[in-house]
Design a protein around this ligand. Structure first.
Ligand code: MN
Length: 294
């Protein structure tokens, strides 16, 4: 079978690890992984789908820092509560996105929402790390809550489904996210027996994560659940076909051709900057989360 047009490789992750005690994730790629340069993207963690019983505990990740990039959290099922040292925070639920620019540094915490924890249920989320250009790495942190109602739906032709434009543009409709470099992020919901042609942005790193359902590319290669198809940067038109409904996340971004030097929660351009990040964090220069007012 010849490789479908544009497809570079399919990544799978068989191993689930816990981020804190709230997020059982499969890391689809990380910035230390050299199989394919995913720039401007640094990491994609796919959490769940996993069933959580009702609990009064706070499940999640205690306070920790980030510097040099953005974390984008997309909730499909469940709720995430976030608070950070810049005073940002809030709760997001299914269909909502939290776009946090760590930039010069934030300290934040990420937990399951209290109401979700109380009732229990299925938790499903994606966290994507987007790199910042060198010139923006030390800019001020900012926080964008992109609610379900702010994210516009574009109907695909022939009732094939819907594209929710989180960032970038699809069919002339722009997403609400402000980004530092060109990034497209589309939440794609396909109906059964759908055929859809997508023009991939030329020169961009493009990948499609399958969150639910089976999807075939032209020539029959399948993207199964929890697989990430990575495409060449040649700007092809790809064809997706479904037999059953499917939920996909497409990420595309212009590569940032600058050195990537990372360590844990910090991603900079040099080792000196990483050392400075650790020392700034340990000396409290990334701030503190304000005590919760209840
Ligand atoms: Mn974090």
């Amino acid at each position: 079978m010849s490789k479908p047009k544009g497809l570079a490789l399919i990544r799978k992750s068989d191993e689930t690890h816990w981020v804190g005690d709230g997020f059982p994730v499969r890391t689809m790629f990380g910035y230390h992984d050299s199989r394919f340069d995913m720039s401007p993207f640094l990491l994609l963690d796919y959490a769940g789908p996993a069933e959580f019983p009702p609990t009064k505990e706070r499940l999640g990740v205690e306070e920790h820092p980030h510097r040099g990039f953005e974390t984008v959290t997309i909730v499909y099922s469940g709720e995430v509560e976030h608070r950070d040292s810049s005073g940002g925070g809030g709760k997001i639920g299914p269909g909502d996105v939290q776009w946090m620019t760590a930039a010069s540094g934030v300290v934040h915490e990420e937990f399951h929402g209290v109401d979700f924890a109380k009732n229990g249920g299925v938790f499903q989320m994606v966290q994507l790390w987007v790199n910042l250009p060198k010139k923006d790495k030390m800019t001020s942190p900012r926080y964008q809550t992109l609610t379900k109602s702010q994210i516009k739906n574009v109907d695909l032709k022939n009732g094939a489904g819907v594209v929710r434009v989180i960032a970038g543009e699809f069919a002339g409709v722009k997403g609400p996210a402000h980004t530092f470099s060109p990034v497209n992020l589309w939440d794609i919901r396909l109906n059964k027996n759908a055929t859809v042609d997508l023009k991939l942005p030329e020169g961009h790193t493009t990948a499609i994560l399958n969150l639910n359902g089976k999807v075939a590319l032209s020539d029959g290669e399948k993207i199964n659940e929890a697989e990430l198809a990575v495409f060449n940067r040649t700007g092809e038109v790809i064809t997706l076909k479904t037999e059953e409904p499917a939920m996909l996340l497409l990420l595309a971004g212009e590569p940032i051709n600058e050195p990537v030097v990372g360590s844990g929660p910090f991603v900079m351009n040099s080792m000196e900057e990483i050392e400075r990040a650790y020392s700034d964090y340990h000396q409290g220069r990334m701030g503190k989360i304000a005590p919760q007012s209840t």
